[in-house]
Design a protein around this ligand. Sequence first.
Ligand code: CP3
Length: 336
Amino acid sequence: MLSALSGEAAKTPPLWLMRQAGRFLPEYRAIRADVPSFLDMCYTPDLATEVTLQPIRRFGFDAAILFSDILVVPDALGQEVWFAEGEGPKLVPLRNSADIDRLQPDAIHETLSPVYQTVRNLSKALPSETTLIGFAGAPWTVATYMIEGGSSRDFFIAKSWAYSEPERFQALIDILVDATAQYLIEQVNAGAEVVQLFDSWAGVLPEKMFRRWVIEPTTRLAALFRAIHPDIPIIGFPRGAGLNYEAYAAETGVTAIGLDTTISGAWATQFGLPVQGNLDPAYILCGGESMVAAARRVMDSFGDAPFIFNLGHGVNKDTPPEHVTELVATVRSWRR
Ligand code: CP3
């Protein structure tokens, strides 16, 4: 994983999957069933450590991703966050400048210290050949949850702020750039070897707004992080960015690019950075020959470029684990 991120093209690619720890695994559901709230899982180091390790034990992936969530940052800033069973995340939405002023950027590490403890546990528990990935949500994506009060279909409330009151929106983005950089720096201090920035809703912005609310904050965040940890790779994942992927790769300063399912490997490798992706998670839901053929097509599409095999988005919760076992065998037996 680290060689691929340093630009080395191996014969067989390193492999991990977004949402590799989670509800598709019976051993995850068994632990989750006894914990009242999802955030408690994230803030209980023994549980978070255990569920991070589960997919490593079962599938032998090359990297483990810290078990947590992108919404621990708004929670740590003092916004109320909860996960309603079957409904996804809920937040008491920010409605005005006073709500932004009430956020507490100086106190985040208090709430987040159990996450750092999980990273320290993992750093000890993982085999030396398994890379430990820390992560955070990117400012734009996290801001959408904070303003919309949860997931959104159209992002009208967040966009209205961003388009009509850019100074007010900028104040929130600035808080997130800073807090997220501090959060990732602390994850690395605790033992994370790579960090990934999830910009899950990067794709909903028009080009000019993509520059202002995705590229610009990500560039500043990467620079703040690099000032402390110059040698730690950053994987940027601007999901849905389409043609804007190219400018994101050229301008943000990330080390590698996570590709969503729509991006062609042949195009993305021209950006000159290592790439990660991008099998459609629907293929591992179906499994079988169509999955095997699609996984090989993904690997072939990267040509001679360094790449990390992954999905284009997270594992779906109804995915049979045996399909993942077959996917791993397919990737492990492929040669450039
Ligand atoms: O295995 C891993 O990838 C590590 C853990 C991880 C989780 N969330 C655990 C989780 C990671 C990296 C995330 C990132 C995350 N969280 C993103 C970015 C990636 C993406 O999916 O676009 C986003 C947008 C979130 C916010 C979030 N968290 C949503 C929208 C939901 C509800 C949707 C759902 O799948 O239920 C969550 C909950 C969540 N985060 C779960 C897990 C395992 C399921 C909750 C549960 O177990 O009850």
